[in-house]
Design a binder for this molecule. Structure first.
Ligand code: NAD
Length: 248
């Protein structure tokens, strides 16, 4: 048995006996679906723009058409992408444990397309727009418009995502916090763990003596010593963990 096999087998035994599993996912879980992580985006097409220009209230006020173009491109890419085995493994896990809370920082909607229900979206969604005037939420809008308008009041719509300097949706954050406090197994998957407050969730779970797993492609400098670490692809390791816990 390699040390990786040992970690998988030991963590799988915790998973098998868990009452409440919390999973926190980040951009890394969608990397194998071809969606660039935050870091990849820094080397891609939009690398010459400062993220604060594209993802902040001030940037939107300065140039809303530029911001809409960026989000429109990301939405089209997310729609063209397919969920990968990691998304499907988490959807399957929900049917195998008594309680699963899936918290994501992603805005791509791939968990829902893999069949996960009640996904807690901490950073909003590419697939919704919000009116800057009346606050109404829209799941479709005129995608051809450079500056789409609210069908209710004619106000300017904006992507329903959380931008730099903005508060996270309160209900989502409270649910995520309570789940981290009350779970017995916590899995952090494909997130560099530097964006607060999501980055605190594994620490909260650890402080309550939950079994915590960090699954990432590579070791992150910001990682605190957790109980279990696996460095590998989520699309390979998550199906393996679920199989080791429930199908062997
Ligand atoms: P991040 O880019 O900072 O970190 C990605 C992490 O995933 C890294 O630790 C990396 O090692 C790991 N990773 C990469 N490929 C992996 C794989 N195949 N399997 C397992 N791990 C893998 O992303 P973040 O931590 O989510 O935080 C950045 C912010 O960027 C978030 O707020 C998020 O909202 C946003 N974002 C979202 C998306 C999306 O919706 N898919 C894409 C880009 C950025």
């Amino acid at each position: 048995m390699t040390s990786l096999d040992q970690v998988v087998a030991t963590f799988a035994s915790h998973l098998r006996s868990a009452r409440h599993v919390v999973t926190l996912t980040g951009a890394g879980i969608s990397a194998e679906s071809g969606i660039p992580t935050f870091r990849d985006a820094q080397t891609g097409l939009w690398s010459h723009f400062n993220p604060e220009e594209l993802a902040s209230p001030a940037g939107f006020a300065r140039d809303p058409a530029l911001v809409w173009r960026w989000y429109a491109e990301r939405r089209v890419k997310a729609c063209a992408a397919q969920p990968n085995p990691a998304h499907y493994a988490l959807a399957q896990l929900a049917d195998l444990v008594p309680q699963l809370t899936l918290i994501t920082q992603n805005i791509d909607g791939l968990h829902q397309r893999a069949g996960s229900r009640n996904v807690i979206e901490l950073h909003g969604s590419l697939h919704r727009a919000r009116c800057t005037v009346d606050g109404s939420i829209h799941s479709t809008w005129d995608y051809e418009e450079e500056l789409p308008c609210c069908p209710n009041c004619g106000g300017l719509l904006r992507p329903d995502v959380v931008w730099f300097g903005e508060m996270l949706p309160r209900a989502a954050l409270e649910t995520a916090w309570a789940a981290a406090l009350n779970c017995d197994v916590f899995m952090s998957i494909g997130t560099s763990g530097v964006v607060e407050p999501a980055a605190s969730l594994p620490r909260i779970a650890l402080s309550r003596h939950a079994t915590v797993l960090i699954l990432n492609l590579e070791q992150e400098t910001a990682a605190r010593p957790p109980l279990f670490t696996i460095y590998g692809k989520a699309g390979e390791m998550l199906p393996q963990l679920v199989a080791a816990a429930f199908h062997q």
